[in-house]
Design a protein around this ligand. Structure first.
Ligand SMILES: C[S@@+](CC[C@H](N)C(=O)[O-])C[C@H]1O[C@@H](n2cnc3c(N)ncnc32)[C@H](O)[C@@H]1O
Length: 338
């Protein structure tokens, strides 16, 4: 069994598959989700002339220190949102790149730290902000109206008990503010019932939905895909790793749209008329973790890796709704962090 690529913290997912498909890389790469730096390190070691890494979470800066020391001219870390990757790298004088990797979701450091409030397994404040700025999950749970909470749980968590959970949250918070992860977990256990035979904990979907909602994950993803697409030159490689069905649908449709002719796509409309495919798929089917990786890192179980290569230097606008973006009331904006 292979040892992880890093000493501790986050084990990068599907990294050996990524390296088998792209053993050698070149030019400037953007790592849009630095995390613990597993992908940045691999890119630097396999030929990238420079890696510009981005992460929303300011906590990663200290983890990037060694890379900055080892490769002062080849590695740069930026705190920011990948949806603005174009603006961020332009400030460094970069307008074109050879590759982009986006390994979506949360790092193990984020999930495992009770203070960040992402995990229903650890008691901590209801926070869930990747950027640590702006409204938190606590603000959303205690201030959003019942129909918004229900809408978020249904659309972002695919939670069929969304209405019941939203109603019980609004009733409970009249007595006491819901401040901690365990308070929310025990409320949901009480409403939906829970025993050890459950395959997934009944609060899992609620936690996923709130996290996606307050971090505006799906809209950021679409803007990130568009931004990366504009930065890539011909031959540019675009790799995305997804972890749940909502983000995977968006990435799949985005890549399908860009790799087929308009005429063959009925369900997705794009502005601009007929055109040649802009990307070629490097892997026809998404890559998933093998048994060896799953034994070492159970968090890889829902990961899917897709890689495409840009073959035509053209940009086609996309209607976000046609990528499968669920439509949620605009009042959610008041509860979204940066
Ligand atoms: C799964 S981890 C990445 C792990 C990393 N590839 C590694 O090998 O260590 C995802 C990271 O992406 C960051 N992230 C999520 N959404 C982001 C966004 N919109 N912009 C920038 N970073 C984001 C999270 O803060 C987290 O650190």
């Amino acid at each position: 069994m292979k040892t992880p690529d890093i000493d501790s913290g986050h084990i990068p997912v599907l990294l050996s598959d990524f390296s088998s498909l792209l053993p050698q890389v070149s030019g400037i790469w953007i790592d849009g989700t630095f995390g613990f730096g597993g992908y940045s390190k691999r890119l630097l070691g396999s030929g990238a002339s420079k890696v510009i890494a981005i992460d929303l979470d300011p906590d990663v800066l200290s983890r990037a220190y060694n890379l900055e020391q080892n490769w002062p001219n080849r590695f740069k870390i930026l705190t920011g949102n990948f949806c603005k990757m174009g603006q961020l790298v332009t400030k460094l004088g970069v307008t074109r790149v050879s590759g982009v990797i986006m390994d979506l979701g949360l790092s193990s450091m984020q999930v495992d730290a009770p203070i960040r409030g992402f995990s229903l397994k650890n008691d901590g404040p209801l926070d869930m902000r990747m950027s640590k700025k702006g409204p938190s999950a606590k603000d959303f749970i205690n201030q959003a109206n019942e129909s918004l909470i229900s809408d978020v749980l249904l659309k972002y968590g695919e939670e069929r008990h969304a209405k019941t959970i939203a109603k019980s949250i609004v009733t409970a918070r009249k007595k006491n503010h819901i401040e901690s992860t365990y308070q929310l977990v025990s409320l949901i256990e009480k409403v939906l019932g829970f025993n050890n035979r459950y395959k997934i904990h009944p609060a899992t979907r609620t936690f996923q939905a709130i996290r996606i909602a307050i971090n505006n994950e799906l809209e950021n993803l679409i803007e990130g895909l568009v931004s990366a697409n504009k930065l890539l030159g011909i031959g540019g490689l675009f790799s995305v790793i997804t972890f749940h069905s909502l983000e995977d649908r968006i990435v799949k449709r985005f890549f399908n749209l860009q790799t087929q002719n308009d005429n063959s796509i009925n369900e997705i409309k794009c502005i601009g008329g007929n055109r040649r495919p802009l990307f070629k798929k490097i892997n026809k089917r998404p890559i998933i973790a093998n048994r060896e990786e799953l034994d070492m890192n159970p968090r890889a179980r829902s990961a899917k890796l897709r890689i495409v290569k840009k073959v035509v230097d053209q940009f086609v606008s996309i209607e976000p709704n046609n990528l499968g973006l669920p439509s949620v009331s605009s009042s959610l904006r008041d509860f979204q962090c940066e």
